[in-house]
Ligand binder design. Sequence first.
Ligand code: SAM
Length: 288
Amino acid sequence: MEPSAPQSEGEMVDRNAACLYIVSTPIGNLSDMTFRAVDTLKSVALVLAEDTRHSRHLLDRYGISTPMEAYHEHNEARATPRMIQRLQSGDSLALISDAGTPLISDPGSRLVQAAAAEGIPVVPIPGASAALAALVASGLDASQFTFLGFLPRKGRERREALASLIAAEETSVLYEAPTRLAATLGEMAEGGGAGRNAVVARELTKEFEEFRRGTVDELARYYTDTPARGEVVIVVSGRTPVTPDETALRERAQLLRAAGATVRDVARTLVAETGAPRNLAYRLAQET
Ligand code: SAM
C-alpha cells in the first residue's frame, strides 16, 4: 500500500492517481531515514536515483528491493518525457538524490515541473538537508535566511553573488567544495564581509561532525592553514542594519552637491558609502 498522501485545501492529492514522490534521504548518517521514506520507496514501481550504485547501499540497508533507474543531470532532459509517460500510465515513481533532499543543489526540477504541468500529483517526503541542518545548529539568526546553493564558479556572476551576500541583512547559507572553502571565505572577507560572524558546518550527521565558528576573516585564515576535509556548508550572518544618521547624511549630500554631483549620483554615493536606505538617500539628495 502506498503511504498516505497529504491533504490540502488547494489541490487535493488523488489517492488513486500515480504520484511522483520527492524523497529526502540521509546526508551521511543512514539512520536519518524516515519511516515514510522507507514505506514510499518500497511501494513505488521505480526509484529514480542520481547514482544507482550509491543508493543501492541505502536501499539494501532498509530491505527495499524496488527497481532503480539513473536520473541525473546528464540524462534528465532525455529521461523526463519517458518518466512522465510512465506516471501517466499509472506507475508511481520516487525521486531520490545521492544525499539529502532532491532539487536542493541536485537534479529533479525538470521532472517536478513536467509532472506539475501535466497535473500529476507531486508529493514531498521531507527529511534531511545539509542547508537546514547547518543553519539550525549554527547559532546564527535562523528566522530569515537566503539559501545560495553553490556560488557561481567565476566571473561577474560570482562577484555579484558575493556582493549580494555581503549586502544581505538576513543569514546566508551556501554549499562549497572543501577544496574551495578557504578561497571563498577569503573572497567574502575581501569583499567587505571580513568581520561578519560565520560558521562552517562540516561532515554533518557523520562521525567527525564539526561546527567551526568565527568571523569570516578568522575562518578564511584557519582553513588556509588547515585545509578542510569532507563536506561543508557555510553559514554567514547578515549585515546589521545601521540606523542612518540623517544629519551626517545631509551634510555629506550637501558637500557632494556643492562639488557638482547630480541628485542621482549623490543618492548612489550615500547608499554605497553608508548603506543608507535608497529612498532616504534620494530624499536627502533632492532636498539639498
Ligand atoms: N541535496 C543535498 C541536500 O539536501 O543537502 C545537497 C546536495 S549538494 C550536491 C552537496 C553539497 O551539500 C556538499 O558539497 C556540501 O556543501 C553539502 N552537504 C551535503 N552533505 C553534507 C554533510 N553531511 N555535511 C556538510 N555538508 C554537506
